[in-house]
Design a protein around this ligand. Structure first.
Ligand SMILES: [Zn+2]
Length: 305
């Protein structure tokens, strides 16, 4: 049975404030006793379990996920619009990183790759993955140049590519789409990523729509996931019934901007997930959402209530 604890950041803040208040009233030893902490070091105590933390960064109308993998490496999936670059870079630096091991541009639309050039320029980068889907926009051309200037070659993101296969701790990062090439709509060329860490799995859909979802279903890839980053900001063109049922997620994260021009998320898509028993959390309502997991349980924290 998976334990699920959802606690908002403000709840954590309340706990910290309570601790600060208690500090003024009692000594340190009393405080630790108050919280039932044991200050003695037990050499037989097991090592703390490595954590996977998936940050769904609030970038308004756009997409950006930053993942701290259990082996200490990091992954960035998309980087919002151009104006979000500095806040994404600051967010990552505030977590203590100056290196991003894996960068994935799901597809070359500006709400996904807009901020990527300036983020790449500010960090030491391991490898960059993109699907074979080109466009002629200024943003895209500049991103290609930034990758080249960094001395990196773009690796093709397509179904069947394994990005990480770790045995200690056991986790995997796989690309499960695009299954085909030359989709008419760039959204369907989106790289879809699945990360599994022991019992817990995460799916990141980019802007994949029903055409890609059907191809994924036909590919027989294992798409079951506990937490899904819902496709295309919750558009009705994505999240078809069969796909939603096959994923069977407990939680779905929708990345969208408040009052966006597209009306995302669309009611039809929201209904399909909720009817399947998936609880949806939205960045326009919750701010940045983080999911931490030790491979057995997971814990969800939201920036806002
Ligand atoms: Zn998008």
């Amino acid at each position: 049975m998976k334990g699920i604890i959802k606690k908002s950041a403000s709840a954590v803040l309340c706990l910290l404030l309570a601790a600060a208040a208690a500090l003024t009233l009692c000594s340190c030893d009393q405080l630790y006793e108050f919280f039932n902490y044991d200050l003695s070091i037990d050499e037989n105590e097991p090592e703390p379990v490595a954590q996977l933390v998936s940050h769904y960064i609030d970038v308004g109308q756009g997409d950006c996920s930053f993942i701290e993998l259990p082996d200490g490496t990091t992954m960035l999936i998309d980087a919002g619009v151009t104006d979000m670059a500095d806040s994404i870079a600051n967010y990552i630096r505030n977590l203590g990183y100056d290196r991003i091991d894996y960068v994935v541009a799901t597809h070359p639309h500006s709400d996904h790759i807009g901020g990527m050039r300036r983020v790449i320029n500010q960090f030491d980068v391991g490898s960059v993955y993109m699907p074979k889907a080109e466009t002629d926009t200024y943003t895209y051309e500049k991103l290609l140049k930034a990758v080249k200037d960094k001395g990196l070659k773009i690796k093709t993101a397509k179904a069947g590519v394994n990005i990480v296969n770790s045995t200690d701790p056991v986790f995997k990062v796989d690309i499960i789409a695009p299954v085909k090439q030359n989709y008419e709509d760039l959204n369907n060329a989106s790289a879809v990523i699945k990360i599994s860490y022991n019992d817990i799995s995460f799916l990141y859909m980019g802007d994949a729509e029903e055409i890609s979802e059907q191809d994924i279903l036909s590919s027989k890839a294992d798409i079951r996931a506990d937490i899904v980053k819902v496709g295309h900001h919750g558009s009705y063109n994505s999240s078809c019934k069969e796909f939603v049922e096959a994923v069977g997620a407990s939680y779905g994260i929708i990345s969208c901007g408040k009052g966006n021009d597209y009306g995302h998320p669309h009611k039809k898509a929201v209904d399909r997930w909720e009817k399947t028993g998936t609880t949806l959390l939205r960045t326009d309502q919750c701010g940045t959402i983080t999911v931490s997991s030790d491979g057995t349980n997971y814990y969800i924290e939201t920036e806002k209530e």
